[in-house]
Design a protein around this ligand. Structure first.
Ligand code: AHR
Length: 347
């Protein structure tokens, strides 16, 4: 009995010990589980925090979608400011409206973006909204076209093309080309298709041509109309011009899309153009389609306007992030193309 009593007692103690061990084990297991869950929750939270801290938000007010150049410019921004590179790009297409651009900038300020990039549709009327961005402490980078302000502290930096120099390059080329052809004394009738009025691209290229007209008594302005940087509008205005005069020696188109519209109108009127034609065709941008037309001899001169500003804007932002001062103005180096210079590989 005793023995069996001792045995029962021992069995009871063993069971109790086993029970205590099981309870303790479960408690340790549950605590470990809770600890792991807690740590992973914490890790996730800090990862989200890090990601939020690392993502830089860029508000981009693009003026529109009017030309091949503009599409390439937008793509350059989208290809640069990617999620993988640590950015969130908020793009707003203003469809050629300054009012929409102003509203987009105000919206970016409210959303507390890190930087604002503005491709301005026109040069004037920006003071108020730029001051709002500056006062809110949001650095604003102007890209491509320019803004005209008396106070240049209203924006942080500008990067783009020297549109007047582009016009001057075209005029200098025309002067030499006519000389080579022995036509320097001949009366030269020029049709001018302008880009969107009051944009720095139009103002600069128009100023270049105006200087050329002033310097050559024999260059005559036969017509000047706005083609809005689009093929459709340029076709329309050129078609109407050709109803009034067919004496056209040169058409000065302020971008490639306009040149295509002009070609359509010249084709319809039965006039030849380009390297082997009667009308000298000058264009700006040097887009892929424009250069191809130039290589084929349809455009006599294509003046480069480089749209790939995404990496240039990013460089400015990197400098600012590093506490450096980027140049207030950065001009892109550009050139001109004639048919003989072009190959498919180059394009
Ligand atoms: O501001 C650049 C000009 O705008 C380009 O020449 C034209 O194609 C574009 O729309």
């Amino acid at each position: 009995m005793k023995i069996s009593g001792t045995k029962d007692h021992k069995n009871g103690r063993d069971r109790k010990r086993q029970y205590r061990q099981a309870v303790f084990g479960t408690a340790v297991f549950l605590m470990a589980l809770m600890l792991t869950a807690c740590m992973s929750e914490k890790r996730e939270a800090s990862e989200t925090e890090d990601a939020a801290q690392e993502t830089m938000v860029i508000g981009f007010s693009q003026l529109g979608n009017e030309s091949d150049w503009r599409i390439a410019n937008t793509e350059s921004m989208e290809d640069t400011f990617t999620e993988e590179a640590g950015y969130e790009l908020l793009m707003d297409d203003a469809r050629q409206s300054q009012e929409k651009q102003i509203a987009a900038i105000r919206n970016f300020i409210l959303r507390e973006v890190d930087y604002i990039v503005l491709a301005p549709v026109v040069v004037s009327g920006w003071e108020e909204v730029l001051a709002e961005a500056r006062d809110a402490g949001v650095p604003l980078i102007v890209m491509d076209r320019r803004v005209e302000t008396e106070d240049d502290s209203l924006y942080t930096a500008w990067v783009g093309s020297d549109m007047k120099a582009e016009g001057e390059r075209a005029v200098q080329w025309l002067e030499e080309y006519l000389k080579e052809q022995g036509r320097e004394e001949e009366e030269i009738s020029i049709v001018h298709i302008q880009g969107s009025l009051n944009s720095s691209a139009q103002l600069g290229r128009t100023a270049g041509l105006d200087e050329g007209l002033a310097a050559h008594r024999n260059w005559k302005l036969a017509a000047r109309e706005c083609g809005e940087f689009t093929q459709a509008k340029a076709y329309e205005v050129m078609r109407d011009i050709l109803k009034v005069t067919r004496k056209v020696d040169v058409v000065y188109c302020e971008n490639d899309n306009e040149a295509f519209g002009v070609m359509e109108a010249l084709d319809e009127a039965g006039l030849t153009y380009g390297k082997d034609g009667d009308v000298i065709l000058i264009s700006f941008d040097a887009t892929e389609a424009g250069l191809t037309a130039c290589m084929e001899g349809l455009i006599n001169l294509n003046v480069e306007c480089n749209p790939l500003h995404g990496p240039r804007v990013e460089k400015i932002i990197s400098m600012l992030e590093a506490g450096e001062t980027p140049p207030k103005e950065s001009y892109v180096e550009e050139t001109v193309f004639e048919p003989e210079m072009l190959t498919e590989e180059l394009i």
